[in-house]
Design a protein around this ligand. Structure first.
Ligand SMILES: Nc1ncnc2c1ncn2[C@@H]1O[C@H](COP(=O)(O)OP(=O)(O)OP(=O)(O)O)[C@@H](O)[C@H]1O
Length: 260
């Protein structure tokens, strides 16, 4: 068991979500979201299908602006920051998407080198060294010249992770990282995410409805509800399972997607 993020002084807030309201046009998705993500957390965004997990993540990575509320990174509100400050925040994040993680016309090395070429002044040789290192980190040493279509789904996910790690991010965001993988590969990907977050000290924010993943890697999280369109609970998933005051949360975590 990890330390309690609520009381451990070393786990300072990295992300603070305040009174957040998410809409597409006039369609309300979630409201009154309030939670903290602390340094080193593996923070899980949970809830039944369609409750707005991916929508929340897309706001957290700045793809959409909230209609109300704030998302603070190390105390600075992303959406009221200048373009330059927003860019500097984004370069400290690594993001992997549910689908289309890699560019299919590029080799794995070219995919991983891309953010390095875009955002750093590193030389060709340095980039090539760092690409090899990132591939080795995810168990793909020697796969530089392969195209995404030439490797398995699980290897593609790991290569996507290597690209997300390209700039040594402080925060890693994942949207359903194990979607489409068999349970064994999904479990290995979970282990890898946990291992990498622990070895690098990165904070992880992850969207998943996989109960196995929620309990295997999450030490903190928020539970979103599709009916009331707000969060029902926040904290450690293992604690929520037994002690959440919301029966829907305990039921979801103990049996599966009852609310979907
Ligand atoms: N770009 C969009 N425009 C309008 N509505 C959208 C858009 N993207 C998602 N939605 C709607 O917002 C709601 C929440 O979707 P979202 O994908 O965030 O949920 P989710 O909890 O991640 O779902 P799942 O677990 O099924 O992936 C759904 O009703 C969805 O149809």
């Amino acid at each position: 068991m990890g330390s309690d993020p609520e009381t451990d002084p070393d786990h300072s807030p990295v992300i603070e979500v305040r009174n957040l309201r998410l809409q597409y046009g006039h369609k309300l998705i979630q409201k009154d979201l309030n939670f903290l993500v602390r340094k080193g957390d593996v923070f899980v965004i949970m809830g039944g299908s369609g409750c707005g997990k991916s929508t929340l993540l897309k706001h957290m990575i700045g793809l959409y602006s909230p209609v109300q509320g704030q998302i603070l990174y190390h105390g600075e509100d992303y959406f009221s920051a200048s373009d330059a400050d927003q860019l500097s925040m984004r370069t400290r994040w690594g993001v992997t998407y549910q689908s289309g993680a890699l560019f299919s016309a590029m080799t794995l090395a070219e995919n991983i080198a891309l953010p390095m070429q875009q955002y750093t002044g590193w030389s060709k040789a340095e980039i090539s060294d760092r690409v090899a290192y990132k591939l080795a980190l995810v168990g793909l040493a020697g796969y530089e010249d392969y195209y995404p279509s030439e490797i398995s789904g699980g290897m593609n996910k790991r290569a996507g992770l290597a690209r997300a790690l390209a700039l040594d991010p402080g925060i890693l965001f994942f949207d359903e990282p194990s979607a489409g993988l068999d349970p064994l590969s999904a479990g290995r990907l979970d282990e890898l995410i946990l291992e990498l977050s622990q070895s690098s000290g990165a904070t992880v924010v992850i969207v998943t409805h996989e109960l196995a993943s929620i309990f295997a890697i999450g030490n903190n999280g928020v539970f979103l509800d599709a009916q009331s369109r707000t969060q029902l609970d926040t904290g450690a998933p293992s604690y929520m399972l037994r002690h959440s005051k919301q029966p829907v949360v305990r039921e979801f975590l103990s049996r599966g997607e009852v609310s979907s």
